[in-house]
Design a protein around this ligand. Structure first.
Ligand code: C8R
Length: 248
């Protein structure tokens, strides 16, 4: 049993909750609302922190539902101005570098994405504490854990709100630059609205030949998901990381 109580704590296969989780959420929220986006409509960081905690505290860490996150997401929906949205898959650091140079935004540039980036959290039934020892792993324990469901539901809302032209930065150094099991593949691409235009950029490591291209089977798969939703698609390939960042 993956959840044998030892010292009343469950031992899962994933990393435990980030130390000082609440404090980090509060501090990041204050920084975001006061320094990073001071123009954004004023948000109550104490209420956001409390709403975040109550999504998972005292609950079975394997029984997260999208609904658990509704009230939190409604306090700070992950929307960005039309035409500024950037998705990524297996290119997190590059995508962030890219948006910094442009007036563009990833999910981590919205409040909830910024708060949660790089953190881990889970609770346990019958306790008001976070489990700092371990949290369920997506593969080994359960898919319906709070961390996975958070990114899925936040990404879904982010994709649903897309308008005009949006971009995705894909990793051209992988054999399959488009992964239909990734969050971009499972959640974001299938939730783009009709009439949105998606521009895919396949970017490979500088100094190496690309491993996938716009005519490869993984991108054809992406195209077919989008065709089914009437989403327009353009694809740019054979760009090294340096070329991509320079033209941006
Ligand atoms: N998105 C998903 N996951 C995110 C995330 C984010 O913004 N930010 C973080 N830190 N994570 P991957 P993908 C964490 O396989 O599956 C959105 C989560 O723990 O390289 O295609 C974003 O809008 C998650 O399990 O990419 C982006 O467009 C991994 O990082 C896609 O979804 C995902 O890493 C990226 O998700």
């Amino acid at each position: 049993d993956c959840c044998t109580p030892i010292k009343k704590l469950c031992w899962w296969h994933g990393v435990g909750s980030t130390a000082d989780f609440q404090k980090i959420i509060q501090e990041r929220c204050d920084t975001y609302t006061q320094t990073i986006r001071p123009g954004s409509r004023s948000r109550n960081c104490q209420a956001i922190r409390q709403a975040f905690m109550s999504t998972f505290i005292s609950k079975d860490p394997c029984k997260a539902t999208k609904e658990d996150y509704n009230s939190l997401i409604n306090l700070a929906p992950p929307t960005v101005p039309c035409g500024q949205q950037v998705f990524w898959s297996k290119t997190k650091e590059l995508a962030h570098e890219y948006v910094k140079r442009q007036r563009l935004m990833t999910l981590e540039d919205t409040l909830l994405g910024y708060l949660a980036d790089g953190l881990s959290w889970c609770g346990e039934p019958g306790s008001s504490d976070l489990n700092i020892w371990s949290c369920p792993d997506w593969r080994k324990d359960c898919r319906t854990n709070y961390l996975s469901v958070f990114w899925e539901v936040l990404s879904e809302r982010f994709a649903e709100s897309a308008c005009s032209t949006v971009r995705v930065v894909l990793n051209g150094s992988l054999e399959n630059a488009f992964d239909s099991m990734s969050i971009f593949g499972r959640v974001e691409a299938p939730n783009l609205r009709p009439q949105v235009e998606l521009e895919a950029w396949l970017v490979h490591d500088t100094g190496k030949p690309p491993s996938d291209s716009c005519s490869g089977s993984s991108i054809r798969k992406l195209k077919s998901i989008l065709d089914g939703r009437n989403v327009k698609f353009r694809c740019m390939d054979n760009l090294s990381r340096d070329q991509f960042l320079q033209r941006s």
